[in-house]
Design a protein around this ligand. Structure first.
Ligand SMILES: [Fe+2]
Length: 268
């Protein structure tokens, strides 16, 4: 499922449910000092599992810390977020047109054995459902960097949304003739799409049998980067610590191929 980035055609690869992989992160990373600060200087101050910068509001969440620490963390994530945006807009001008940049986050915790509740656990395979509330079918694009100098970040997957929807949609309560009612239901339901995505997400995490192997396994080396439409590719992060994750909402109208929205609406 990996698509080596030097082959080009990123937007199409993403839409086909591939992980676009950069063996070396293709943009400048925070300075070594700033990286040390993220990895080691924040542990005392963590209030959430992620430290997130919101570019629109220029707001930082996830830390309770002295102003100097907050300012430095905010500056590092703001600068990184700007570089990621420039890079993606340059590489995929059509696909990113009219997009909404979301958060730029640092994930400070070891992913293995965090023991979170099932629905919050990143260790269980899922597709992402919702980002900053309802997406109404817009796609969730995430750009990851493994900022750990020594250890790989490890993902497992059970395939694309499309494959899983065809195989398990009915079992998850998403099949049957009710799909035609989808556009009509909009009148009474603000986002039937997001409800169904959430339902599928929860079904995956709640279904022990679904979580069983076989899996595809992906190991991302230190300082490598990768991007993926996380609503279209199932994933779980089972190992790794210290990653940068930037999130964007891509308008559904920019997509040329079948998206989860079309499958759930029965329009496919
Ligand atoms: Fe996810």
């Amino acid at each position: 499922m990996l698509h080596e980035a030097d082959r080009g055609g990123w937007a199409e690869a993403l839409e086909r449910g591939r992980i676009v992989h950069f063996p070396r992160c293709p943009l400048a990373l925070p300075s070594p000092d700033d990286q040390d600060f993220l990895r080691e200087g924040l542990a005392l101050y963590l209030r959430r599992k992620n430290i997130s910068y919101y570019p629109d509001a220029e707001k930082l969440a996830g830390l309770r810390a002295p102003a100097s620490v907050l300012d430095r963390a905010r500056r590092i994530l703001r600068d990184h977020s700007g570089r990621v945006r420039d890079f993606l807009q340059g590489g995929m001008p059509g696909f990113t047109r009219g997009w909404s940049p979301g958060t730029s986050s640092f994930r400070p915790m070891e992913e293995e054995g965090r023991g979170l509740s099932p629905h919050a656990s990143n260790e269980l395979i899922h597709v992402d459902a919702g980002a900053y509330g309802a997406t109404h079918g817009d796609r969730i694009l995430r750009f990851f960097v493994n900022l750990n100098p020594w250890r790989e970040r490890v993902w497992i997957s059970k395939g694309t949304f499309e494959e899983l929807f065809r195989r398990h949609g009915a079992e998850a309560g998403l099949g049957g003739g009710g799909l035609q009612a989808f556009p009509m239901a909009r009148v009474v339901d603000t986002s039937p799409y997001d409800r169904r995505m959430r339902r599928f997400h929860n079904w995956m995490k709640d279904t022990a049998q679904f979580q069983e192997p076989p899996h595809e396994r992906f190991s991302f080396a230190p300082f490598s980067a990768w991007m993926v439409l996380t609503d279209g590719v199932s994933h779980a992060c089972i190992q790794g610590q210290h990653a940068l994750v930037d999130t964007f909402l891509i308008p559904l109208a920019n997509c040329r191929l079948i998206a989860p929205y079309h499958l759930l609406a029965g329009a496919a």
